[in-house]
Each structure stands twice: as structure tokens, then as C-alpha cells.
Design a protein around this ligand. Sequence first.
Ligand SMILES: [Fe+2]
Ligand SMILES: [Fe+2]
Length: 271
Amino acid sequence: MRLMYLGDVVGRSGRDAVAARLPELRARLKLDFVVVNAENAAAGFGCTAKIAADILAAGADAITLGDHAFDQKEMIAHIDREPRILRPLNIARTPPGAGIRIFSAPRGKRVAVAVALGRVFMKQPYDDPFSALDAALKTAPLGGGVDAVMVEIHAEATSEKMAMGAWLDGRASLVVGAHTHVPTADAQILAKGCAYQSDAGMCGDYDSVIGMSRGEPLRRFITGMPGERFSPAEGEATLCGVFVETDDLTGRAVRVVPVRVGGKLAPSLPD
Ligand SMILES: [Fe+2]
Ligand SMILES: [Fe+2]
């Protein structure tokens, strides 16, 4: 199968880039399944029903949300109405929605998508993502009824994300980090066939501080005092993520290529 994951869509700039480029990318790369993280799509904070519908209409098959999942209160009810949106497995005690789901894909294939939050350097004391994903993936065995397994580890620390790649190698087709909004240069296929990249990067304007206009974050770093609300930078976004090709028989990755299109970052796409 041909899979693509795109990292955190940030604000209007990120949304516009998804709307403008995803339909063409989907066709050109002959993608079977596309996952987009939209946790910062609504002015940097969460995602609304309308924005999620627009991202799905542009060519996403599933949307993931991270620590900002419920910043927009309407998502608390909407996530139970739209099964294509996933929140982290370990975000709360009794959250609405689901953190893993198995989706139908072309040619009768089935794709599992799961997302979990890391704990290292995160603001909230989330439950252990290793045991959460261990239990979740038992319901979606790779090569045993599920043709591809795509896992987002939404976390700050590269150490925790690399450890998760090792933990799920052999059980996932892709383990990709999100949350730091900067793509890492370590795309690889692990020993048992799991494609891995520590962070996908964001779909947002890189002429910024992780997608936000520089003024307020810079002021907070310099003065140590909060001031105005953060607002997303408005320049052209770079779409960032990973492309993965899997073996149809085993679900293991045979190719992984970073995706970077548009905006300020150097472009990267599969041939
Ligand atoms: Fe984010
Ligand atoms: Fe995040």
C-alpha cells in the first residue's frame, strides 16, 4: 500500500496548503490512505467540525489530534459523530471518541490508525503510552486481518519517540512522531519493517516559532511574562510528513520518504 502521514496543520496557512496541495499529491503519489494531524488547525488551538470536514474533503482518510484535541469545545461532542477523527488513546480517564480505529481502504484493504501522547516534557501527566499502544495494537494485528498499521506518537522527546519505534517494530507499518512541529532527518525502516521518523514536522509557515507569529513567543522567552494570545504565522506553509510504501503481504514498510512541499523548507517527495 501507499500511505502518507502529514504532521500538525497549523492555522489558516496550514489549512490552505492542505486544500491546495493534498488532492494533487494524493493522485500523483497514488496514495491508498492518508492521515493528517489537525490539532492546531483552528487558529493554532484544536480543530472544529467544519475544519475537519474540509481536511477530509481535501483527501484525508483519517484525522488525528494530539494534546490540543479538545481545545475547541465543539470537538468533545463532534468526535463521537465523526469516526474518522481520532484523539490520543491516553489523553484522559473517560474521553469521548476513540484512539484507534480500523478503516477500509481501496482493494479491500484495512488500515489501523492509532495515536498516543508521550509523557516526557509534556504539560499533563498522561498514562503510559507504551502499555496503551501495546493493548490497542492487539486489536489490530499487522498481517492478521489488518494490512497496514499507522501509529502517531505525539510527544516532545525524541528519546521517547525512538523508544516507541523500537517497541512497535514488527507490529506497525509506520511509527511517526508529531508535536514538535519540526521535521527530523532520521526517516528509516527499522529491523522488523517499521517505517520511522522522530517527527513529521508541521503543515504550517516555517517563518515563525513552530507555526506561530514570532512576536509573542519571542516576547515571552525574553521577558518571562505572558502577554497576548499566540496567533499562527500567515506565510505560505510547507506541507510536512512521511510517505510509506508497504508490502501487501506482510504490511511491513519497504520504502519511507520524507514529504516536504511548498513554503520555506527544502522540498522532498518520492520519485
Ligand atoms: Fe501541534
Ligand atoms: Fe501537540
